[in-house]
Design a protein around this ligand. Structure first.
Ligand SMILES: [Zn+2]
Length: 487
């Protein structure tokens, strides 16, 4: 730690100690005024100090003796105790970190529930605390505690915020904000209901796991047998959707090779979802390798070993149930308005509450009521595609404008809001500023990584998979690579 960092730490610590002391006597609200007054007093003391300690000729022995000299701290046992508690630097922080680890351990036992939100545009700590149903007074207490250490207005978009709650009573117990990749600031609720903030080096670790196996009957069954987590199996199926038919293309004896990432805190508490990083399938007549890579614009996607992304076909019926086409795309007589009108989408009749999925990966542009559309979502996709969803009954709770969604992810539910005669999804696909038939071939074209980006991709893939070179060359070794030897 540099001297500057040490001073910064010390300043933070004294701020917290002062805050706690004010809180104890119930004057935390006026702490800025008190701080300022104390500052003035200290300034005055410093300014007048020379007159007290530098005896000048004008001082007589009487005036000197009337100056009260503070008792050295070390000789007064009472004072020493106070000093110990108030200065309490490293031990107090270690204690706080220990209580956080304790919380995480209880979370792994299921006694404490953990929620993670990442800050979206328009969010503040207060608004995400409100989303977590935390009472108004407690929200202010928590924000006030964090304000001692960080500038809450300077939090970056995407900053992850973790909430620890008692699983039974739902009482908030702690909040952790990862302000930088290597720094986390947390505040924990103390027994008396007050909040104490502390910062620490980040404790998030990333682990990759590789699992391989061969197919006995189905891919999903065999992967589950090889201990591939269910969420990863779903990600594999979604990643290869449109390329591999998991019913007819997979045969007994085909092999799979999966690498995924898990993020945990140092005590082993898993945070966020597991992410598929690589899928390899050796099928009867072809080998498929896909790497999950985030390009320089921050958009993640799956690429083959040569850095080419697959073509992504838009879902034609973005519903999680069978749906009847109740009105096709094109010219038609409007059921409510009773005159000829161009129908810019398809109507898919389905029971109220049927989950609606995003037709492709994309970003939410609009979410909210929109005239005759009722409750409405519009999503922007790559390749100049947009999709729109109308007459919804409601939205998935955490979605906002600019939220990222993945193909097949639930975004809301079928309803009959707006100008509608019964529960159905009105679904539109736009290419640029024109609608196109949703049942036509709508695909986001594949993309080839180039130059610098390709180099980065190759470095990433090489580091991730030991056989990458062979995959990229289009050949796989005749014999499986030797098992690593542990000495
Ligand atoms: Zn319609």
């Amino acid at each position: 730690m540099t001297l500057k960092e040490r001073l910064h730490k010390a300043a933070q610590r004294t701020r917290v100690i002062r805050y706690k002391a004010y809180k104890r006597v119930g004057v935390a609200k006026h702490r800025h005024k008190i701080d300022f007054s104390l500052f003035l007093i200290i300034l005055w003391c410093l300014a007048t100090l020379p007159f007290f300690i530098l005896p000048t000729k004008e001082y007589t022995s009487e005036t000197l003796s009337s100056v009260s000299i503070p008792v050295p701290v070390g000789t007064n046992p009472e004072a020493e105790e106070v000093v110990h508690e108030d200065l309490g630097d490293a031990p107090v922080e270690q204690e706080q970190q220990a209580s956080l680890i304790e919380l995480e351990k209880r979370a792994q036992l299921g006694e404490v529930s953990v929620d993670i939100q990442s800050l979206q545009k328009g969010d503040s700590l207060l608004s995400v605390l409100a989303d977590e149903n935390i009472s108004a007074t407690e929200r202010l207490d928590i924000a006030e505690a964090f304000e001692l250490l960080i500038d809450l207005r300077a939090l970056q978009l995407g900053t992850p915020v973790m909430f620890f709650k008692d699983a039974e009573t739902n009482t908030i117990l702690g909040v952790s904000i990862q302000i930088k990749p290597d720094e986390t600031v947390s505040a924990l609720r103390e027994e008396n209901g007050s909040w104490t903030p502390f910062s620490q080096a980040s404790r998030i670790e990333s682990h990759t796991t590789r699992l391989t196996g061969s197919v006995e009957r189905t891919f999903a069954g065999s992967a589950a047998k090889a201990l591939v987590p269910e969420s990863i199996i779903t990600q594999v199926i979604n990643a290869l959707d449109g390329e591999v038919d998991f019913q007819s293309d997979i045969h007994a004896g085909d092999t799979f090779d999966v690498i995924f990432e898990t993020k945990t805190t140092q005590s082993g508490l898993e945070i966020g979802a597991k992410q598929l990083l690589f899928i390899g399938l050796q099928l009867k007549d072809k080998n498929i390798y896909r790497y999950y890579y985030t390009d320089h614009t921050g958009t993640p996607g799956f690429y083959d070993a040569r850095g080419k992304s697959g073509e992504k076909v838009l879902l034609k019926r973005p519903l999680k149930a069978r749906a009847r086409l109740s009105s096709p795309y094109g010219r038609r007589r409007h059921p409510v308005l009773l005159y000829e009108i161009f129908h810019h989408g398809v109507d898919l009749a389905a029971p109220k509450g049927t989950p609606i999925m995003a037709a492709a990966d994309g970003t939410i542009l609009q979410i909210g009521r929109k005239g005759a559309y009722g409750k409405y979502i519009r999503i922007k996709h790559d390749g100049n595609y947009y999709t729109a969803y109308g007459h919804m009954n409601g939205y998935r709770a955490d979605l906002k404008p600019r939220s990222k969604v993945k193909r097949g992810e639930v975004i809301g539910y079928v309803g009959s809001t707006g100008r509608s005669t019964g529960p159905h999804l009105h679904f539109e696909v736009w290419k640029g500023n024109k609608t196109v038939p949703p049942f036509g071939h709508n695909a986001i074209p594949s993309k080839q990584l180039k130059n610098f980006e390709l180099e980065q991709f190759v470095a990433f893939a090489e580091g991730l998979h030991p056989d990458y070179i062979w995959q990229a060359a289009g050949t796989i070794p005749d014999v499986p690579p030797p098992k690593p030897i542990f000495k």
